[in-house]
Write a protein that binds this ligand. Structure first.
Ligand SMILES: Cc1ncc(COP(=O)(O)O)c(C=O)c1O
Length: 371
């Protein structure tokens, strides 16, 4: 079976530099908030074009820390897509607030602004904010969402866990919204060798509160706790790994464009909907996700041909047991209902070669032709 995501090829290319970087941390011994953490934060903030980067322990912590810093809690509602990884809604529940599920666009799978607006028609409290997810690495329509909710007094947070490196109009998609969060989970476009995440924002006050939340709500001195916080720091060793990975990141993003373009060209078939990137956007292709009928038979045939696939995500989040009591916008989420039964993601990583891609597509064609 070929790998779905090949982290070994990247590690092989970087191994010497990774060993040196980790050894430097072992030598200086500043395992918590060591110099690599601050170097990484300043490098990432520059790359994204934000004043502040606050690194943290995971993409989920990043979402939760933002919500804590904004004082979101019981009785508050936050709009999230019905089609996303559970962490987006989970963070809302972790602070005691309620997610409201809205539908996504059938082409980009990111929040549909018209569906988001419906959340204000629900009975009960108005939402305080919206979490827009750059799903599969494709930017959400964050500027449009901001325009929709600005008069309603709500903020937009970008959940860019899957999209570090994505752009809209030549700017990082993490530069939009009141803030953006990302994840450095190993399989993400920019991944470390454990868990990690970051929050990006421009507001000095928000950044200060986030830094305090990251360390138990630390106040002006270490044992004056200004607020309730977390143990939310990124390990210095993970920051050191990320600094090495950044040396090849731009090149890898270019390779991802080539791999995606090659898939789209090779697949070109009536029976398969290949992904489409919205005008002015650059996806970072965290996943290459197609839509097909008869998904399970196709997955089975691909597996038999040694091609792994994955389904992100098999059901609308509002149908998940833990979220079934949360409200859905009045018109429901028909797009999410439809696509969750048809999406399937193919092997995708920057080092995926043409030979393997041809193998994937030939296996796909064989099963389509026989059905
Ligand atoms: C859309 C989305 N949000 C949040 C997260 C949470 O990130 P982490 O796994 O680093 O907590 C993920 C990652 O899996 C994700 O895909």
């Amino acid at each position: 079976m070929m790998p779905f995501i090949d982290l070994a090829a990247q590690q092989e290319a970087l191994r010497g530099r990774l060993d040196e970087a980790v050894a430097r941390v072992l030598d200086h011994g500043a395992y918590i908030l060591g110099p690599e953490v601050f170097e990484l934060e300043s490098t990432l903030a520059d790359m994204v074009g934000r004043r502040h980067c606050i690194s943290c322990a995971s993409g989920t912590d990043a979402l939760q820390m933002f919500l804590m810093a904004k004082g979101v809690g019981p009785g508050d509602r936050v709009v999230v897509p019905d089609f996303t990884f559970v962490a987006t809604a989970e963070a809302v529940r972790l602070v005691g607030a309620d997610p409201v599920f809205a539908d996504v666009d059938p082409i980009t799978y990111t929040l549909d602004p018209l569906s988001v607006a419906e959340a204000w028609r629900l009975e009960g409290p108005d939402p305080v904010g919206v979490i827009a997810v750059d799903l599969f690495g494709h930017p959400a329509p964050t500027p449009t969402l901001e325009a929709v909710v600005a008069d309603l007094g709500a903020w937009v947070l970008v959940d860019a866990a899957q999209s570090f490196g994505a752009e809209r109009d030549g700017r990082s998609s993490l530069a939009d919204g009141l803030a953006a969060t990302t994840s450095f989970y190993p399989a993400k476009p920019l991944g470390c060798y454990g868990d990690g995440g970051a929050i990006f924002c421009d507001d000095d006050e928000l950044a200060e509160v986030l830094r305090s939340v990251r360390v138990h709500g630390e106040g002006v001195n270490r044992y004056d706790h200004a607020r309730v916080g977390l143990t939310g720091r990124l390990d210095t060793i993970q920051a050191a790994v990320l600094l090495v990975k950044l040396e090849v990141f731009d090149h890898e993003v270019d390779l991802r464009q080539e791999v995606a373009a090659r898939y789209t060209e090779l697949i070109a078939s009536d029976g398969v909907a290949t992904p489409v990137v919205a005008d002015g956007c650059r996806s970072v292709w965290a996943q290459y996700t197609i839509r097909v009928d008869g998904r399970e038979a196709i997955r089975q045939a691909l597996a038999e041909a040694g091609v792994p696939t994955a389904v992100f995500y098999p059901q609308p989040l509002h149908r998940s047991s833990a979220y079934s009591s949360a409200p859905v916008v009045p018109d429901g989420a028909p797009v999410t209902e439809r696509i969750t039964g048809r999406v399937v993601s193919l092997p995708m990583h920057p080092h995926l070669g043409e030979t393997d891609q041809v193998r994937v597509v030939e296996a796909l064609r064989t099963v389509l032709d026989s059905s």
